[in-house]
Design a protein around this ligand. Structure first.
Ligand SMILES: *[C@@H]1O[C@H](CO)[C@@H](O)[C@H](O)[C@H]1NC(C)=O
Length: 170
């Protein structure tokens, strides 16, 4: 009899314990899978479109200093597609991401390795001067959603990015 009671107690304990764990995990998922107001989530990051035309260098600076973020890195076709789906709301200007082409090398301003690109031009040309990447955001264009290289001084809106889980103060 005592044995039976202890087994029943153990089962009750396990059921309660498992339920509590599940609820805990659920709460944690919901509370972190969010971006601040004005930002949208794609992959592990939050992105924001800044509708302010400026050079690529100033865009890097603005993301860093004003929004505590980085000029956006895009590391997969899935993320590129999520950004393109959002970009219909942006207003039809090509926008900078954090990719610089200098001395025959591609460099992400955030320092990530180059694992994905989606340039509309087929060949990587050698550029004597630095050129910077924009995402083409003219829906009627055949290049929509692909990237182009433009002179870094050209003034364009831009996309900033920061991790979903970090807490920031502004
Ligand atoms: C490049 O972008 C276009 C437009 O968003 C998309 O259709 C295509 O699948 C992309 N290619 C790669 C390799 O991501």
């Amino acid at each position: 009899m005592l044995k039976l009671i202890s087994i029943v107690c153990a089962v009750i304990f396990l059921v309660h314990f498992t339920t509590a764990q599940e609820i805990g995990d659920e709460i944690r998922l919901h509370s972190t899978a969010k971006c601040q107001k004005g930002w949208f989530a794609a992959g592990d990051n939050c992105y924001i479109y800044v509708d302010k035309k400026t050079s690529w260098y100033n865009a890097v600076h603005h993301c860093n200093t004003v929004l505590d973020s980085h000029l956006a890195t895009i590391q997969s076709a899935e993320i590129n597609k999520m950004i393109i789906d959002e970009s219909k709301r942006f207003g039809g200007s090509n926008f900078y991401i954090g990719l610089l082409h200098t001395n025959d090398h591609l460099v992400w301003s955030k320092g990530d390795s180059i694992s994905y690109t989606n340039f509309s031009e087929m060949n990587l040309k050698f550029y004597v001067v630095s050129v910077c990447a924009v995402v083409n955001n003219i829906p009627a264009s055949a290049d929509f959603g692909k990237w182009s290289r433009i002179p870094c001084q050209q003034e364009q809106p831009f996309l900033c990015m920061r991790p979903q889980h970090a807490i920031y103060t502004m």
